[in-house]
Design a protein. Structure first.
Length: 186
């Protein structure tokens, strides 16, 4: 249920920060626990080896852009320098549910974060038909929510190419696919 505005936040790891992230894991979880009732989705991304962390995704419903900036930049890993940058955008939850409501559950199959960055012409605004493997899906928007900047999706797929195919070909200036895992305390 939306109480404010939805935001997509992707903290990208600084190379060589795995030990620091491991050291701060409990602090990170404790920080995120404060936002548990506002989370739409969360979880780490990994390199192609499936083990080396590369970032941390949080899709969260917050009161306003100031609260979103505080959420992103007060995070313990960010404060300690574990992240090299932060992608923070308004987002729209086109599935209308959280990752915990995903019928496929939190385990089984490969999961991916797919990011499409737009050149200006809006694409993929509606949920693609026949996409039962979508965990979270929605447009990345400008701060005032009037300009489409891209699309972000969490998806279960047999591989990165299948994950990438959920976005319309040729509609994006850039596409990224990252290994992703359900986050939070087990």
């Amino acid at each position: 249920m939306t109480t404010g505005m939805e935001f997509f936040c992707y903290h990208r790891d600084r190379p060589g920060s795995t030990a620091l992230r491991d050291e701060l894991l409990e602090q990170h979880w404790a920080y995120m626990d404060q936002y548990a009732t506002m989370m739409i989705a969360r979880g780490p991304t990994f390199a192609d080896d499936g083990d080396t962390p590369t970032g941390s995704v949080h899709i969260v419903d917050l009161p306003d852009p100031a609260a979103a900036r505080a959420f992103a930049f007060d995070e313990p890993n960010y404060q300690a320098g574990a992240y090299r940058d932060v992608l923070l955008r308004r987002w729209r939850n086109t599935l209308g549910r959280t990752m915990w409501d995903f019928p496929g559950g939190r385990d089984g199959g490969s999961r991916y974060l797919v990011l499409g960055f737009g050149p200006g012409q809006a694409a993929d605004l509606a949920v693609p038909p026949g996409q039962d493997e979508l965990i979270a899906y929605g447009p990345l928007l400008s701060d005032d929510s009037t300009t489409w900047l891209g699309t972000a999706a969490l998806v279960r797929a047999p591989g990165p190419d299948a994950a990438r195919s959920i976005l319309a070909p040729g509609q994006y200036a850039g596409l990224e696919v990252h290994n992703w895992r359900f986050g939070g305390r087990r």
